[in-house]
Every structure is written in structure tokens, then in C-alpha cells.
Ligand binder design. Structure first.
Ligand code: HEC
Ligand code: HEC
Length: 477
């Protein structure tokens, strides 16, 4: 579990000279790694049913009242369904009043198809890939499922400030999931060790997550690739921009203009019914601004919350993968040479784009990115398009300069990134380059030159990734 950073970094971020090859840091390629559903297999209906029961069981928190489904609700694509919290905060309340996590709940749908951890460096992608949570710190969905129960800012099963799987196991045994648990694993299952039973709880939840209930491939996009419907021209143009290919698939004929989304939110060249997950599970620092309404900044009470409090208050910066990996490597960031692939501070996992727009209804606000800074997909896409720009046309903010904001004539479109490191930001200079097709067009992120119409096309495409459009596989929750 990661709550706050112990060592602070030197203020090198804005004052280094950056080697040339880094200036246009982009994640260039399509992953060669095939997408495979993780174990456990989802073909055991009773195990899946148990997993669903546990996922929805609100007696498994301390005090009772919170379940996995509280934060990962099907109506919101297995992310957070509460409009007010999404709008006014981002990160969400735990079961103990006044406690908040530091990040927003990502979607759980399709997590079973993501690359396992621990994160490793992928030379093709030039990025770290793999693992669960925004920082990749959990290796599999099965391992992941053990964490929320004993997180003080989530379901809070702790005894004397120490994680207590025994409390969870006891609650399973005595609660509404107990009978089904014994039906699946045998009447004497609860005489096994706490660790063994806890592992079975996680196994059942992971099986549910891998099932067609959570990951149904039932979006309009899936129906389109199956040849059963057509996209509108706007959606199709969006698909072409997102992939940079006329046919919407790696290897296709390049389009005149690419928004490069597929570089990170990738799909493979070969289409199969479950291949298109829309992420390479890779890590990147996009330069998302700090979310000043992050309630975690107020989690400073060490007495009330000895394990999950935030010692840094408002000055807390989330270093993502860096927070998780550097302490493990025992290597302070200051020791790393420029250009070292271990430059990972401020990088977060690229989530699947599936279900990004799924909401209980159109008036529900969702929150996006690790800290929930953005509240609409329009904002997200506009940010990708304009991160390095100002209100003066043609003016570009260069994050490799000692003071990127000095002497600007216009007002920056966006606040300063949460971690404005020229070493890890994608395209810190906000460059534009010549494309394969010979047109001046964008790099990834920052200064992409997309028109308002093109931004709208991308958003229209993202909406085709919402499950429940096509009733093909099984019942959609
Ligand atoms: C209080 C809200 C809350 C509850 C309850 C909760 N989660 Fe989460 N979940 C989160 C947050 C926040 C994250 C991201 C945390 C991070 O990245 O550090 C997350 C991340 C995840 C992920 C990672 C997805 C990915 O792509 O990396 C999975 C899977 C998940 N939760 C499953 C569960 C399960 C299973 C339960 C119940 C045992 C559960 N969650 C309970 C808030 C919650
Ligand atoms: C260099 C890699 C990269 C590129 C290129 C990229 N993304 Fe992302 N995307 C990410 C990462 C990493 C995150 C999470 C960042 C964070 O939380 O700080 C993300 C987050 C998102 C989210 C928020 C999802 C959620 O559940 O909160 C959306 C939506 C999104 N990207 C859409 C796009 C679109 C559309 C494009 C093309 C215009 C694009 N991305 C290009 C890496 C990338």
C-alpha cells in the first residue's frame, strides 16, 4: 500500500538540460504482447457467481456498509457512480468518515485482460508496462482483490492498525456470502488457514472480474468490428484519429492526421473477438494538473488515521509508478542518469478506454485520470490537444525551459502539471512534427493542432466503447 512519499525529490525538474533524444519523448510503437485473459478462467459459473456475491457484499467492510461495488459500479462501467463526489472531489470516501484515498477508482471492467505485474520495461514501447492500480503495484487481479479490504481509506479491516484478513474471512463466514462460499469450496472450507481462505475470496472475485458480466465486449464498437453495425461518420472519423489509420487498426494505411491515442491505448494488429482492450498497460506522465479538490490533501490526522494519513497535506505529489518502484529498487531518483529508462516519476498506467463514458445517466458526472482532475471526455481530449498552449495563438509552453511560464504573452490553457518534469513528461516541448503522410501534424500530447470538430469526433468514438449496446453475449448488469 502506498500512501505518501517518504523521500522528496530534488527540484531538478525545471532546471535540467535534456538530451536531444528525450525532447520529443514519445511512446512510439504498438506492443507485440498478445492480449490474454488472466487466470483464473471464467468458465466456472458457480465460482463467478460467488465472486459477484462477494463483490456486492457490503458486510465485508469495517464498519459494515461498503462493498467493492460501492466504488466499482456496473452503472458507471465499474467505476465510481456518484456524480457529486466525482464532480467536487475525484478521489472517493472510504467507509470510515473523513478518510479518503489518494486516487480515483479506475474501471474494473477488462482488468482481467491487462498485462500482469510487476511492471517491466518494454523496449518496443519505450515504457514500463504491466501491473494493477494506477501505479502497477499489484501483480494480478487475484492479488489486487486482497488489498481494498484491508486499506484503511477503503474497507478498513484493520486490527490495532494492522491489516486483518481474519476479520474479512470471519465476515464472509458469518455473512450473506457464507453459504455459497461453502457450496463452492466445500463445507469445511472455513477450517482452513486464514491465508488460504482469504486467497479463495480473492480467487472468486478475480473469476467474476474475468467473466462476461464484467468484461462483456458488448459495445457498439464490438458490434461494428463484428460487422453487425456501422459507425456514424463522426464516430468513424474519431476512430481514424485515435488510431491514425484509415481502417482503424495498426498496420493500416496512415491517415493524414493522427491523434496518436493508439500509441498508448493500443489494440493489436490482428483482430480477435476479445483482442481490443484499448490499452498497452503502459505508464506515462501526461502532465495532468494537480486536482486541488483532492480530499486526500485533508487526510492529515495521524491520530485518527495512523496508517492511511497524508503527512504532506496539500504539498503531496503523486509520483505514481515512481512512488512504487524507486523504494523497491533502493535507488533514489537523484542517482539516475538523464535518459535512464528508470525515469518513471509521475507516470501512471494508461487505463483501458472501454467504458470511459459509461454512466448511470447522461447527467452523471464522471472523473478522469489518476486524480480525477477532469470531469468530461471533452476536457480530456482538449487537454491532450492543448496542454502546451496559451490563449495567444501559436504560443507554446516549453517544459524543458528553466521557467516554462516566463515571458508568456497569453494565459496558459491549463494549470501547471502535478509533476512538471521535463524528463518524464511526454513531449515536454509541445513539438509538432511531419507525419508519415507529409502533413504537419501533432506529436503525442500537448500541441496537437486538432480542430474543435476533430476533438468532438474523438469523443464520439470514445462513446462507442460503452458496454451494453449489444446484447450479444450474456446479460449485461
Ligand atoms: C473506497 C472505494 C473502493 C473500494 C471499496 C474498492 N476499490 Fe478498487 N479501487 C479504488 C481505487 C481508488 C483504486 C485505484 C487505487 C490506486 O491506484 O492506488 C482501485 C483500483 C482497483 C483495481 C485496479 C484496476 C486496474 O486497472 O489497475 C481493481 C481490479 C479493483 N480496484 C478492484 C476492487 C475490488 C475487487 C474491491 C473489493 C474487494 C475494490 N476494488 C474495492 C477504490 C475502491
Ligand atoms: C503517451 C501515452 C498516451 C497517449 C498518446 C494517450 N494517452 Fe490517454 N492516458 C495515458 C495515461 C498514462 C493515462 C492516465 C494518466 C494519469 O492518470 O495521470 C491516460 C488516461 C486517459 C483517459 C482517462 C481514462 C480514465 O479512466 O480516467 C482518457 C479518456 C484517455 N487517456 C484518452 C486518450 C485519448 C483520446 C488519446 C488521444 C487523443 C490519448 N488518451 C492518448 C496515456 C496516453
Amino acid at each position: 500500500m502506498q500512501f505518501f512519499r517518504l523521500s522528496l525529490k530534488p527540484a531538478y525538474a525545471l532546471s535540467v538540460s535534456v538530451p536531444l533524444f528525450l525532447l520529443a519523448a514519445i511512446l512510439p510503437l504498438v506492443s507485440k504482447t498478445a492480449v490474454k485473459r488472466q487466470e483464473p478462467p471464467a468458465d466456472e459459473p458457480l465460482l463467478v457467481q460467488l465472486g459477484q456475491t462477494l463483490f456486492n457484499d457490503s458486510t465485508l467492510s469495517n464498519p459494515q456498509g461498503m462493498a467493492c461495488v460501492t466504488c466499482h459500479n456496473p452503472s458507471a462501467g465499474f467505476s465510481y457512480p456518484d456524480s457529486d463526489v466525482n464532480k467536487t472531489m475525484g478521489p472517493v470516501p472510504g467507509i470510515v468518515a473523513g478518510r479518503f484515498g489518494n486516487r480515483i477508482p479506475p474501471t474494473v471492467s477488462y482488468s482481467s485482460y491487462l498485462l500482469k505485474g510487476p511492471p517491466v520495461y518494454d523496449p518496443d514501447l519505450q515504457a514500463y508496462v504491466g501491473g494493477f492500480f494506477w501505479d502497477g503495484r499489484s501483480t494480478t487481479t487475484t492479488e489486487q482483490a486482497k488489498a481494498p479490504f484491508v486499506n484503511p481509506n477503503e474497507m478498513n479491516n484493520l486490527l490495532h492498525n494492522v491489516a486483518s484478513p481474519a476479520m474479512v474471512v470471519n465476515a464472509v463466514k458469518t455473512g450473506p456470502s457464507g453459504a455459497l462460499f461453502m457450496k463452492v469450496f466445500g463445507p469445511t472450507v472455513f477450517s482452513q488457514s486464514t491465508d488460504a481462505v482469504y486467497a479463495l475470496v480473492a480467487k472468486a472475485i478475480a473469476a467474476f472480474e474475468a467473466s462476461d458480466i464484467v468484461s462483456p465486449f458488448s459495445s457498439k464498437y464490438d458490434m461494428y468490428v463484428a460487422g453487425k453495425t456501422t459507425l456514424t461518420l463522426q464516430e468513424l472519423n474519431g476512430l481514424r484519429l485515435v488510431t491514425g489509420r484509415e481502417n482503424g487498426r495498426p498496420g493500416g494505411i496512415p491517415t493524414k492526421k493522427s491523434a496518436h491515442c493508439m500509441d498508448c491505448h493500443g489494440i493489436p494488429q490482428t483482430l480477435t473477438p476479445t483482442s481490443d482492450i484499448w490499452t498497452n498497460s503502459c505508464f506515462a506522465n501526461l502532465g495532468v494538473p494537480k486536482n486541488l479538490s483532492n480530499p486526500f490533501y485533508g487526510n492529515t490526522d495521524k491520530v485518527a488515521n495512523p496508517v492511511g494519513y497524508n503527512a504532506l497535506g496539500k504539498s503531496y505529489i503523486d509520483y505514481g509508478l515512481g512512488d512504487f518502484m524507486y523504494p523497491k529498487m533502493g535507488k533514489p531518483i537523484a542517482d539516475l542518469a538523464e535518459g535512464d529508462p528508470l525515469m518513471i516519476d509521475g507516470t501512471f498506467k494508461a487505463p483501458t478506454l472501454r467504458n470511459v463514458d459509461r454512466r448511470p445517466n447522461l447527467s452523471t458526472t464522471k472523473a478522469y485520470m489518476h486524480n480525477g482532475y477532469f470531469k468530461t471526455l471533452q476536457q480530456v481530449v482538449h487537454f491532450y490537444n492543448t496542454r502546451n498552449t496559451t490563449t495567444v495563438a501559436g504560443e507554446v509552453i516549453d517544459f524543458t525551459k528553466p521557467d516554462p511560464y516566463a515571458g508568456l504573452k497569453g494565459k496558459p490553457i491549463w494549470p501547471v502539471p502535478e509533476w512538471p518534469s521535463a524528463l518524464t513528461l511526454i513531449n515536454p516541448q509541445g513539438l509538432q512534427v511531419l507525419t508519415e503522410t507529409g502533413n504537419t501534424a501533432a506529436e503525442q500530447i500537448g500541441n496537437m493542432g486538432l480542430s474543435a470538430n476533430e476533438e468532438a469526433e474523438i469523443v464520439a468514438f470514445l462513446r462507442t466503447l460503452t458496454d451494453g449496446y449489444w446484447k450479444k453475449p450474456t446479460t449485461i448488469p
